[in-house]
Design a protein around this ligand. Structure first.
Ligand SMILES: *Cc1c(COP(=O)(O)O)cnc(C)c1O
Length: 255
């Protein structure tokens, strides 16, 4: 796994603190303009491609939720963080062992053969878009003796190459999710399609989410909005924002 060398810790801490303050301010303002209670909106800081040292600093700055998108990178990072708190605390339902981090979110495209492993450490998997993935996550959660929250990813442009299930397939995916004994269906996730109006995309997502809630009232989470479009996501009812580069900086050079 190649990760950037962080600059001196104090500089990096100041940089993260400053960026975090700007993003929290944006979220607060967006909530105020949308007439929403800020406590309904959870900030998931996407730490993919950045080192465990950054996650430590973020936890010290009050971040409670982190998002990762690759199994190998995420599990290596969490192992390092758990070693910081080697006081007999291990990860399990309800978290623990990771300093101030309460929830680890897996947000990336997930291969079926990696799902079982992801289920051993992720508290929430946002990118569930097919029945086999649900079965594999359930099996992994069962083996680890834990429960995993899942969000169904909706493809808002119907292009499955970027992940997500077609809107027409969401209903049957809901049924499969409800049948898994170790998974909790908590809601939906989407990424605004490239080149689309985020407001249009998130309005659409809000409508699909409303329909799912009619069947499953506890599936009330809507994961939407990233660095560039979090305001639009808040306007359309997002409960979880996944923000990376606005807080950690650009990761372009690593891709
Ligand atoms: C990387 C990633 C993000 C964060 O994107 P930024 O533009 O850096 O905020 C959010 N969601 C998903 C699914 C991602 O892969």
């Amino acid at each position: 796994m190649s990760m950037p060398m962080p600059p001196a810790t104090e500089d990096r801490r100041a940089e993260l603190a400053r960026n975090l303050a700007v993003v929290r301010d944006r979220v607060e303002r967006a909530c105020r303009q949308a007439g929403r209670d800020q406590r309904e909106v959870r900030l998931v800081v996407v730490t993919k491609y950045f080192p465990a040292a950054d996650v430590r600093l973020l936890a010290e700055l009050g971040v409670t939720d982190i998002g990762e998108s690759r199994d190998q990178e995420a599990s290596a990072k969490l192992e390092l963080l758990c070693a910081d708190h080697a006081d007999g605390v291990t990860r399990g339902a309800g978290g623990g062992g990771l300093g101030g981090i309460e929830q680890v979110h897996f947000i990336g495209r997930l291969q079926t053969n990696k799902a079982g492993h992801v289920a051993t450490y992720a508290d929430v998997v946002h990118s569930v878009d097919r029945p086999r993935l649900l079965a594999a996550l359930d099996k992994g959660a069962a083996a680890a003796g834990r429960r995993v929250a899942v969000l169904l990813q909706v493809s808002l442009d119907g292009d499955p190459s970027r992940g997500g299930a077609r809107e027409d397939d969401i209903d049957s995916l809901v049924q499969v999710a409800l049948a898994q004994p170790h998974l909790d269906l908590r809601g939906l996730m989407a990424v605004a399609p490239l080149g689309s109006e985020p407001d249009e995309a998130f309005a659409r997502l809000a409508e699909v989410a409303r329909q799912v809630r009619l069947q499953v009232p506890t599936a009330s989470w809507v994961s939407a909005g990233m660095s560039g479009d979090l305001e639009a996501a808040v306007r359309h009812g997002a409960t979880h924002l996944r923000v990376g580069s606005a807080i950690l900086g650009s990761r372009q050079s690593l891709l």
